[in-house]
Design a protein around this ligand. Structure first.
Ligand SMILES: Cc1ncc(COP(=O)(O)O)c(C=O)c1O
Length: 360
């Protein structure tokens, strides 16, 4: 669009709000965090440096959630983002292949974090948004690590338990590390999940999504391998130091809040999922029905033009599927209230007038 700033990538939109904008952009829950976290605000201890590995009480609380785990198996990080970065940099120092297997479409940061760490990404193409075990098996022999993200950003799909168990066994047999990004593990609608386990598995999670605490930047990694944990801590001391102390105390309060908090959130996400999925289907879009997380990933032609027009003319933010390795799609986050979703759908309907062919 002439005279307008070019939309170059997600950084253009992250954190943008107000001015009548409807943002289906970043995956930022609009719901409030558990009220219990605000108790920490006036604690002066929380303005000091803390342990590089992370607050011990928070790690102890996390250890209770993982069978056989101890506090020493965790590192608390500045969001899952820092955990991904530390893990990939630590793995890059391990002997052997420098390849990492990513599922495509992928969360947009994965290829770049891998590249910054000195790893080369190779890709297995998802089939209907899910892992194709035949293709996966062909590629897994060539890599040091594989990254699994179920429920997935951007597809919203959840892998079958059998697939995850097969991956767990195959990678164990081949001596391939698994990075399991489980930031959406609590946000699944009516279906069982399976969390990959083992000494070769590094689990990554975050307080950003489950507890609506994105800006506090608290996540963690868990590994049964103590040597690996030490490697990560030895790097973290020279980069970000400890994770935000206030955020960690708030994360602990969030974990201790009544479990009904998470249950209520999931019910809300599910209603919103139905609203946006139904609305987009009615408008003629082709998309998968999300089983988890809070994203839809419909097909559309002329994505660059669509993004520009939706944003500059209709004040609607959507993300380009190409950023996730899937040109010809757009990603919409439904982490916003129902009235806004409805208004966003109305604007998309107006935008689509005369462009029905873009959906075929
Ligand atoms: C799959 C996935 N992993 C990691 C992250 C990063 O989360 P955090 O806010 O904890 O850094 C996100 C954020 O959207 C995500 O979708």
């Amino acid at each position: 669009m002439a005279g307008k700033q070019k939309i170059t990538g997600p950084a253009f939109f992250v954190g943008m709000e107000g001015n009548g904008i409807i943002s289906f952009g970043s995956g930022q829950p609009d719901l409030p965090p558990p009220k219990e976290i605000f108790r920490n605000l006036e604690n002066p201890r929380l303005f000091k440096y803390g342990l590089i590995q992370g607050d011990k009480r928070l790690r102890e609380a996390l250890a209770e959630e993982y069978p056989g785990a101890e506090a020493k198996n965790f590192v608390i990080t500045n969001g899952a983002s820092e955990a991904l970065d530390l893990v990939m940099r630590a793995l890059a120092q391990e002997p052997g292949s420098h390849n990492i297997l990513l599922c495509q479409p992928y969360y947009y940061s994965y290829p770049l974090i891998a590249e910054f760490a000195g790893l080369s990404s190779i890709y297995t193409q998802l089939k209907e948004g899910l892992i194709d075990l035949d293709d996966f098996q062909k590629k897994i022999g060539k890599v040091k690590a594989v990254l699994i993200n179920s429920p997935s950003n951007p597809t919203g799909r959840v892998e079958a338990m059998e697939t995850l168990k097969a991956i767990e066994a195959l990678t164990k047999k081949l001596g391939v590390w698994v990075i399991s990004d489980e930031v959406y593990k609590d946000l699944i609608y009516g279906r069982e999940n399976y969390l990959i386990k083992g000494r070769h598995v590094i689990t990554i999670n975050s307080f950003s999504k489950t507890y609506a605490m994105c800006g506090l930047r608290v996540g963690y990694l868990y590994s049964p391998d103590r040597e690996f944990i030490q490697k990560v801590v030895d790097m973290k001391v020279h980069t970000s130091m400890n994770t935000n102390s206030m955020g960690q105390a708030m994360a602990l309060s969030a974990m201790r809040a009544p479990r009904s908090y998470v249950k209520k959130q999931v019910a809300i996400w599910e209603r919103r999922r139905d609203l946006i999925y139904g609305g987009l289907i009615k408008l003629g879009f082709d998309l998968w029905k999300p089983e988890g997380a809070f994203y839809v990933f419909p097909k559309i032609k002329n994505v660059e033009r669509a993004l520009g027009e939706l944003y500059y003319k209709y004040k609607v933010i959507v993300y380009d599927g190409a950023w996730f390795g899937a040109p010809g799609r757009i990603r919409l986050s439904y982490a916003l209230d129902e009235k806004k979703i409805e208004e966003g759908l109305r604007r998309i309907k107006k935008f689509l007038k005369g462009k029905e062919k873009w959906l075929i």
